[in-house]
Ligand binder design. Structure first.
Ligand code: TRP
Length: 374
């Protein structure tokens, strides 16, 4: 087995998600848990049915409380280092569904401080600029303005900072090193930052002066931060936040790893603002294919959908299980060629992005309805 790495700052290699569950000490999402969720939601989102959300911490506790009419709130975030890409949207699409089905609040952190501290080249102006750009993508996904609060760390710091101080006082340098692998060259702001990422997990409890369970939908690479939160927050008298974790959408160039905006731009990443033509070009030219070298061979032996990036993208963006199953079988048998599979993928992504981009335009005049201001 090749080595793989999953930390908040680096994701690489061929990720073994079962192994991550063991290493991080999370729990697998079982069919039993899915049934329990479905009892409340009436249906299961395809990201759950396909186990793209595959792991959790304390989901049963969240549901125990929910069933006792003690509602949870959702918390997630986006550190603004560039334009939003398809991979970023995955946990947010699911979070919006959770908000709708459980009728709960969403607290959405935009840690512009984080990317300023971790990306040598970015200024605070840059991260703020990307923050307001990325917020359009968040709003476009359909979060309820009455139940959603979005805030930038630098702007909402007046409220967050005292809480971050309480949290930071309970984290030693040796814990931070052990959890995050910080080296001596690291700036001290970056070491402090994790305290800011813990704050939203208690923010509604503090503001409403009662403990409210928190559920964090996020990609598994952020788990390190929340291991710290779960250790520290009870010491301050709050609940441990629960979490539900998704896998990564890979870049165009291969079935493994995660799509990243820092990759050589147009080669590996599809942005939420890419035109239909650009998407078509990128998928045709760069999407890693599970097909055979020649059409003749492909028709004889069939393709491999399990490593094919276009197929993988369909598992994230095509809602119909029936359609997906047929595509899988037809590609595997050789009945459809790579060019045809890419065509289906292009059509699906472009259909999604067309809607998204329309809503993104409309979001421009609604930003203030979502912003939490100090
Ligand atoms: N650190 C995350 C990132 O790099 C941003 C973030 C802040 C976040 N709070 C979060 C992500 C809560 C998931 C859940 O993008």
């Amino acid at each position: 087995m090749k080595k793989f790495i999953v930390t908040p700052w680096e994701v690489s290699g061929d990720i073994d998600y079962d192994k991550l569950i063991k290493e991080f000490g999370t729990e697998k999402i079982t069919d039993k848990l899915l049934k329990r969720i479905e009892k409340h939601t009436g249906e299961l989102h395809w990201l759950l049915r396909r186990k793209i959300f595959f792991s959790h911490r304390d989901m049963n506790w969240i549901l125990d409380n929910y069933e006792k009419k003690n509602k949870f709130f959702l918390y997630t975030g986006r550190a603004p280092s560039g334009l939003t890409h398809l991979g970023h949207l995955v946990p947010w699409i699911f979070a919006q569904w959770l908000q709708e089905k459980f009728n709960v609040e969403m607290w959405f952190q935009i840690p512009d401080d984080e990317k300023f501290l971790f990306k040598p080249k970015l200024t605070l102006e840059d991260t703020k600029h990307y923050a307001y750009d990325n917020i359009l993508d968040i709003i476009a996904l359909g979060f309820d303005p009455k139940k959603t609060k979005i805030f930038l760390d630098t702007e909402y710091a007046k409220v967050m900072y005292p809480l971050a101080l309480e949290i930071s006082k309970k984290i030693t340098l040796s814990t931070a090193r052990a959890v995050f692998g910080f080296k001596n060259e690291m700036n001290i702001g970056a070491i402090f930052y994790t305290s800011m990422q813990s704050v939203p997990a208690i923010l509604p409890s503090v503001l409403k002066k009662k403990n409210i369970p928190c559920l964090i939908p996020h990609a598994i690479d952020q788990d390190a931060h929340f291991r710290v939160s779960r250790d520290v927050l009870p010491k301050l008298g709050y609940y441990k936040p629960a979490a539900i974790h998704c896998r990564f959408l890979s870049g165009l160039s291969g079935p493994h790893g995660k799509m990243s905006s820092s990759d050589p731009k147009d080669i590996n990443t599809i942005f939420a603002t890419d035109s239909a033509k650009t998407v078509e070009h990128k998928i045709k030219k760069y999407a890693f294919s599970g097909g055979q070298p020649t059409i003749k061979e492909h028709k004889e032996k069939g393709g491999n959908p399990d490593v094919d990036v276009s197929y993988q993208y369909l598992t994230f963006f095509e809602p119909s299980d029936k359609k997906l199953k047929k595509i899988y079988e037809d590609y595997k048998s050789g009945a459809i060629l790579t060019s045809e599979l890419k065509g289906i993928c292009i059509e699906t992504i472009n259909k999604f992005l067309k809607e998204h981009q329309k809503k993104r335009e409309l979001a421009k005049k609604n930003i203030e309805k979502f912003m939490l201001r100090a």
